[in-house]
Write a new protein. Sequence first.
Length: 98
Amino acid sequence: MNQEIVKALFDYVDDGLYWKHSRGSNAKAGNRAGRLLGTGYRSVHVSGRRYQEHRLGYLWHHGFMPKQVDHITRVKSDNRIENLRAADHSTNQMNTDT
């Protein structure tokens, strides 16, 4: 996955990814992409592969996908770009509830 593909598939509006073009009955142009998982993260399927929405959103904005993307506020479904930051494992672990 790269930024060019992500930008061709999605618009990024305020809080996350929205389909640019209809891709079937569950993916209509203008609708929020993906779904909310029981883990609290949003997930998007592209070409048979599942991606976490916050990782694709980070790629959409910054042009690369770091090893980990941290939710600054700890709200897993809050995919506003100002709430996302590149992190390494230790930084990401420091920002957990447990």
